[in-house]
Design a protein around this ligand. Sequence first.
Ligand code: GSH
Length: 207
Amino acid sequence: MQHPVLYSYRRCPYAMRARMALSYAGVAVEIREISLKQKPASMLQVSPKGTVPVLVLTDGTVLDQSLDIVNWALLQSDRDDWEIQADLNAKKLTDALIFSNDGEFKKALDQYKYAIRFPENPPEIYRAQGELFLTRLENLLQQTTYLCRDQLSKADIAIFPFVRQFSMVDEAWFASAQYPKLKAWLNGLLDSELFRGVMQKYPTWLD
Ligand SMILES: N[C@@H](CCC(=O)N[C@@H](CS)C(=O)NCC(=O)O)C(=O)O
């Protein structure tokens, strides 16, 4: 194959972060937009766990965790230092934020989004759990333009797709919520060429 192959799903936040990092790094990939209901056998063959994104390198190496794909992309090229190499505190903050995002926040997001499947609590309870993370981000964004510094870095692109999803569960509620800095950050990323560029549509890949 000429380019690495990325099995992807347009609306998946994990796949979005991978696509954004690959695009920033200037790595050309063949995007294969999959159907989650009918995953291609060629993808399951290299990654039986069946989640996207999956990146298959030209030497056959398979990366099937979104953060591994992000990290690999930044190893190929990182002209704006998204890894914030020289600042250990910023690196630690990046890791801590992504850990909370992928853990507690993602759990609250799923329970809020699919509250009907979690009838133990009303959606507002799950939303309030997610808001703990939003408040943390809001506080950071009161100090710097982006999450870890005044420029975009890895934390922003890793976390933004999940905040986007949270904001879309109940758009009227989000519009009325008091997160001025977070909203400006989210809107800036939604409007960015980087994000728009990775949201183009592809026909569903069939093996
Ligand atoms: N830990 C994985 C999670 C990826 C993930 O859960 N992706 C979802 C789509 S957003 C998926 O493929 N789910 C499988 C399915 O719905 O069948 C990563 O970071 O890549």
